[in-house]
Design a protein around this ligand. Structure first.
Ligand code: FAD
Length: 621
């Protein structure tokens, strides 16, 4: 029935969709095999994309030529740039999305690609010959041949759903768990673990009293994720609301603690620390009298509401009773209760930087299967796995992003070198060069890389080149252009910044915290008309580069210093066990992870600075 595929992707979640799209775009013949074609790109939890550090990842995916940014733009109902009051390294785009449209847009995008075939069925195992994957086996016993396989099973591997004392098998509510893959991989020598995550109840928006809540609008001038011209910012937006729990809500929730799978030991997997359930919050922060609840619509037209901040696996009657004590929820009708899910994952230290497994050649893992949480983390891994699966079958060089190039580089480097014991989510604090890894410059950082491997299109490449050239021209001009004291001091005073005694370059003026491009426009008519010849993103880029020049330069110098270590390659057959001077832990970890460079070795937890010096001497550096 099936010809041999270049890349078979198992699972059509966020990781699987990006993997299939990237590989197909790069010319590989792809089969996307998923349990249910009606749940392609399902947002299992929150119908939102981006947020702090995650928004940067969506922009990076987009800059490389992936689809998450475009799909998010096409399905968004509200957009906000978070952390605008902080420095540009912290600005983070976030969208609220229409859950159904998000899934539909992804499916249509994949269907439009003639290199993607689909097959709806549960895959129960992979076919391995001579240490290399050569296909997959399905529940019906069909063997589908493939040169490479990307596993993106999400929360489905031996998934168990918990609601109070009830527990049943499932990969997500209403969907069955995936059986067979974990057992086979463990037999092949893989190590597996167990994690858990949870989701809040969904309610009927018609039953809520919004007058008791605070309204939360989208940005007045909304932006979008994608750098491409394929999408545009929203003209209309839906509002969200904020309300709070209270003592009564907490007391009611506590009545269910003895039946909570979280507290009675039934759930063993570790959950996401930074996305705790409401019972966890009450338990851990007993002194807090209230917790914030974001009331978020699930789409343009649906009445379904996502109760963000109220994730729970308490018995459904307790959830219902407690929820109705939240202001505005007194008459709330529940569509479905919250639940927790436990699932298998594979510690990501078993992967190389391309996300290929070390044990089985041409087998790649991406997404929640690697111990991460979040659509953005999953999508970006899917993108990298899809790219590398495609490059591998085309016998081309692997594609790896450095920590100094992208949050995606930080994510994968952390995963494979440090592993993770609890669901890993991205934070800006995980990146050491976060002033370089901004959301506004992902295209400048990455589009050329995406273009070189045949993923980002020519039009994107040209657009970025143009942005770079225009920004350089503008910065240069602003260094030359001067402002006269006579015409500008009055306005400078109005803006609240020091007046000037002699001519000053616009570049210098722009370094002042009170002055941005918008202020420049009101300072001088000629300047205003000159600036109006530049696109908004060029103006913003020039402003950031000028304002933060010295900090950016410092980070660049640090990257350069470290790149010596990153460039120093370690032979892949190097026998760490024969270096007795290494610490026992260092030796064991180096042998397990098998770093490619000295830089990578330095980031492995358990490898000490002393181990590193010994290694450096041994390698004859
Ligand atoms: P998924 O989106 O889970 O997709 C997996 C895909 O694989 C599905 O299409 C499935 O049908 C398919 N599949 C699985 N096994 C097989 C098989 N054997 N054969 C064929 N197809 C298969 N993230 C957060 O950031 N914060 C949260 O609070 C949060 N809460 C969550 C709560 C719940 C209940 C769930 C289920 C997820 C939650 N997530 C949360 C996680 C978020 O949904 C995931 O991180 C993200 O969806 C992972 O993407 P993925 O592509 O790895 O897997």
């Amino acid at each position: 029935m099936f010809d041999q595929y270049d890349v078979i992707v198992i699972g059509a979640g966020h990781a699987g969709c990006e993997a299939a799209h990237a590989a197909a775009k790069m010319g590989s013949k792809v089969l996307l095999c998923t349990m249910n074609m009606n749940t392609i790109a399902q947002m299992s939890c929150n119908p939102a994309m981006g947020g702090v550090a995650k928004g940067q990842i969506v922009r990076e995916i987009d800059a490389l030529g992936g689809m998450s940014g475009i799909i998010s733009d096409k399905s968004m109902i509200q957009f906000r740039m978070l952390n605008r009051s902080k420095g540009p390294a912290m600005w983070s785009p976030r969208s609220q999305n229409d859950r159904m449209r998000f899934a539909e847009e992804w499916r249509l995008a994949l269907e439009r690609n003639p290199n993607v075939d689909f097959w709806q069925e549960m895959v129960t195992g992979i076919v391995v010959k001579g240490g290399r994957v050569v296909g997959v086996r399905t529940g019906m016993g069909i063997e589908i041949p493939g040169k490479s396989v990307v596993l993106t099973n999400g929360t489905f591997l031996n998934g168990i759903i918990h609601i109070g004392e009830k527990q049943f098998g499932g990969g997500r509510t209403g969907e069955s768990a995936s059986k067979g893959i974990t057992e086979q991989l463990v037999e092949l020598g893989f190590e597996s673990g167990r994690m858990k995550t949870g989701t809040p109840p969904r309610v009927d928006g018609r039953s809520l009293d919004y007058s008791k809540m605070e309204i939360q609008y989208g940005d007045e001038n909304p932006e979008k994720f994608s750098y491409s011209d394929e999408t545009s910012p929203l003209k209309e937006q839906r509002t969200c609301w904020i309300t709070y729990t209270n003592k009564n809500v907490h007391e009611t929730l506590e009545t269910g603690f003895d039946r909570s799978p979280m507290f009675n030991g039934r759930i063993q997997g570790l959950g996401p620390r930074y996305c705790p359930s409401i019972e966890d919050k009450i338990n851990r922060f007993a002194e807090r009298e209230r917790h914030q609840i974001f009331v978020e619509p699930e789409g343009w037209n649906t009445v379904e509401i996502y109760v963000n901040g109220f994730s729970t696996s308490l018995p459904e009657d307790v959830q219902y009773k407690a929820m109705r004590q939240i202001p505005g929820f007194e008459n709330a009708k529940m569509f479905r209760p919250g639940y927790a899910i436990e699932y298998d994952f594979f510690p990501p230290t078993q992967l190389s930087l391309t996300l290929e497994t070390k044990l089985v050649e041409n087998l790649f893992f991406a997404g929640q299967i690697n111990g991460t949480t979040g659509y953005e983390e999953a999508g970006s891994q899917g993108l990298i796995a899809g790219i590398n699966a495609s490059l591998k079958v085309q016998e081309k060089d692997p594609f790896v992003l450095q920590r100094s190039e992208a949050y995606i580089g930080v994510l994968i480097d952390d995963l494979i070198n440090k592993g993770t014991e609890e669901p890993y989510r991205m934070f800006t604090s995980r990146a050491e060069f976060r002033l370089l890894l901004r959301q506004d410059n992902a295209d400048i950082r990455l589009t050329e890389r995406g273009y070189q491997i045949g993923l980002a299109e020519q039009s994107r490449f040209d657009k970025v080149q143009n942005k770079k050239e225009e920004t350089a021209r503008l910065i240069n001009d602003l260094k030359q252009k001067k402002l006269e004291p006579a015409i500008s001091n009055e306005i400078l005073e109005e803006i609240g910044t020091a007046t000037i005694r002699e001519k000053i370059s616009i570049e210098k003026l722009l370094k002042r915290p009170q002055i941005g491009v918008n202020e420049l426009k009101i300072l001088d008519k000629d300047l205003e008309s000159y600036l109006s010849g530049f696109a908004q993103d060029v103006l913003e880029q020039a402003e950031i580069q000028i304002k933060y020049d010295s900090y950016i330069e410092k980070e660049r110098q640090m990257v350069e210093k470290l790149s010596n270590m990153e460039d120093f390659k370690i032979p892949q057959k190097f026998d760490y066990l024969k270096v007795p001077a290494l610490s026992a832990e260092g030796r064991q970890k180096l042998n397990k992870i098998r770093p490619i460079t000295l830089g990578q070795a330095s980031r492995i937890s358990g490898v000490s600075p002393a181990d590193l010096s010994i290694l450096t001497v041994y390698l004859g550096r």
